[in-house]
Each structure stands twice: as structure tokens, then as C-alpha cells.
Write a protein that binds this ligand. Structure first.
Ligand code: AKG
Ligand code: FE2
Length: 259
């Protein structure tokens, strides 16, 4: 079987059945749903994040995150509108299908807004599940939903994905692979799903405008959260969200664990 079988990320229209989205995600390791929310929703999220992006977005700059890229965490503390993306029914249905075979309930792993500015270079390809130092073939620790807050294009930093790279039977060191990533090109309001085991990375921004996205990960409920939502979001703000968002934040036990 050849690994990089498709030359484009499969993308669906907003009213597609989730079963089709999940099938493509499991087959290719990544899939997009175009214009899943109206532009107005992502505009509200981006408006909430504008000031913190400009004031604090440079703090996490480093070799991996880039030096022309702004990043923010603690998203639910900064943007109420973001909850519409974090708890979007499509995302929940996809996460249910990928994660519930391996846990009773799942939680946010991390929420990160990423604005790649012109002149940024390709991010190193990686898998997000490296934070969990073991892999079991057939089990995904987490799934990611990358919301396009601006249009994503092949030249403005649209997330690059190595199709078919998930759940490799033999773990080939990255330096021995010749990964052939494809960039997600999708209008704002679209969502790109990829698995925790899918190799990917942000892209170089060769355009003249920033590319902004909100990348939300969901992880098995018995794993430690990558970004502690208890510490990231003040308790009174957490309490003001609907129950399903609080559950996703981790205000819910997993059987006997975490009560
Ligand atoms: O910005 C992107 O498109 C992807 C970023 C990413 O994969 C990461 O930082 O883990
Ligand atoms: Fe990543």
C-alpha cells in the first residue's frame, strides 16, 4: 500500500453526514468540512482574540512555534464565542466516533489560537500525540479540529498534512521518511480534522496577510490534559458556560477517576 495515496485533503460540504467525515478521517488521517459555520461566528472569535493576540501572542515564539507566529491559549477565558466552535455538534460527533471506543468520556486536550504572519516558514512536521509517550496501534489518544478563522490557502500557511501517515504499522523515524505534505485550502469557517497520530505542521506564509486558526484537541478522558483547563480558565468563567462545555473542560469524572 502506498502511504500518500491522495493528493488533496478530502473536503465535504457543511451538511454532509458525519459518518462520511469519520470514514475519510480514518482512511486518510485528515478531512475537512467546508464552511461548517458562518463567517460571522469566526469573525466574533477573532475579534475577541485580537487584543490578546497583539499583546501576548509573541510569548510562545520559539523554533517549533515560529518567530513570525502569534499564539494564545486559555481560549475559553478570552472568547465566549469560541465555545460555539469548541462544542460544535460536528466536532462532538467526530470526537465521539474516534475517542469513545477507548474511554467513557473525553475532554479538551488543548485550545490554541495560531496566527501565522507573512514571512513565517514551514513548521516542522510532527504528530500531536507525542505528548503521550506510547502508542497502541488502533487507538487514537486524541483528535484535532482546526477551525479556519481566516481563509486557509496553499500559500498563506494552511495546515500541511501527510495523508496516510497515521497509525503507521512500523514507526519510521521522521528522518527516514520522505513525507509529502498537502496543505489545507479552505474558506474561513471551515474545519480541518486530523488524528493525534497524523503527521502535520503549519505552513509557510508567503502571502501578504496573516492566517489565523483555532486548533482544538480532544483527548481520551483518562489522559492528563495537555493544557489544564482548571488553571487556564478562572472558576467563575468556567461556571458561566453550559454543562456540555464544562464537561469538555474536565468538570466531569471518568468513572472513579478525577472525582
Ligand atoms: O498552525 C497550524 O496550522 C498547525 C500548528 C500545529 O500543528 C502545532 O503547533 O501543533
Ligand atoms: Fe500540531
Amino acid at each position: 500500500m502506498s502511504l500518500g495515496m491522495r493528493t488533496e485533503i478530502e473536503s465535504f460540504e457543511r451538511d454532509v453526514d458525519t459518518a462520511e467525515v469519520v470514514a475519510a478521517l480514518q482512511r486518510d488521517g485528515a478531512v475537512a468540512v467546508r464552511e461548517q459555520v458562518d463567517p460571522e461566528v469566526v469573525d466574533r472569535v477573532l475579534a475577541d482574540l485580537r487584543e490578546p493576540f497583539d499583546q501576548e501572542g509573541q510569548r510562545s515564539q520559539d523554533v517549533f512555534n515560529g518567530f513570525k507566529t502569534l499564539r494564545l491559549n486559555a481560549i475559553l477565558a478570552r472568547s465566549r464565542a469560541s465555545a460555539e466552535l469548541v462544542g460544535h455538534p460536528r466536532v462532538i460527533e467526530v470526537a465521539d466516533a474516534i475517542l469513545l471506543p477507548h474511554c467513557v468520556n473525553y475532554r479538551i486536550g488543548s485550545l490554541t489560537a495560531i496566527e501565522i504572519h507573512p514571512g513565517e516558514e514551514d513548521q516542522t512536521l510532527h504528530t500531536d500525540d507525542v505528548i503521550y509517550p506510547i502508542r497502541i496501534p488502533g487507538v487514537e489518544w486524541q483528535v484535532s479540529a482546526m477551525w479556519a478563522l481566516t481563509d486557509f490557502t496553499e500559500t498563506n500557511g494552511g495546515t500541511r498534512v501527510v495523508l496516510g501517515s497515521h497509525q503507521r504499522k512500523i514507526l519510521v523515524p521522521e528522518r527516514l521518511m520522505k513525507p509529502n505534505p498537502v496543505a489545507a485550502a479552505m474558506p474561513r469557517g471551515s474545519v480541518l480534522f486530523y488524528l493525534g497520530s497524523t503527521m502535520h505542521g503549519g505552513g509557510a506564509n508567503q502571502s501578504t496577510a496573516p492566517r489565523a486558526g483555532l486548533i482544538n484537541t480532544y483527548a481520551l478522558g483518562w489522559l492528563r490534559q495537555e493544557e489544564s483547563q482548571y488553571l487556564a480558565v478562572p472558576r467563575e468563567i468556567a461556571e458561566s458556560y453550559p454543562e456540555e462545555i464544562r464537561h469538555l473542560m474536565g468538570y466531569r469524572s471518568h468513572g472513579l477517576l478525577g472525582g
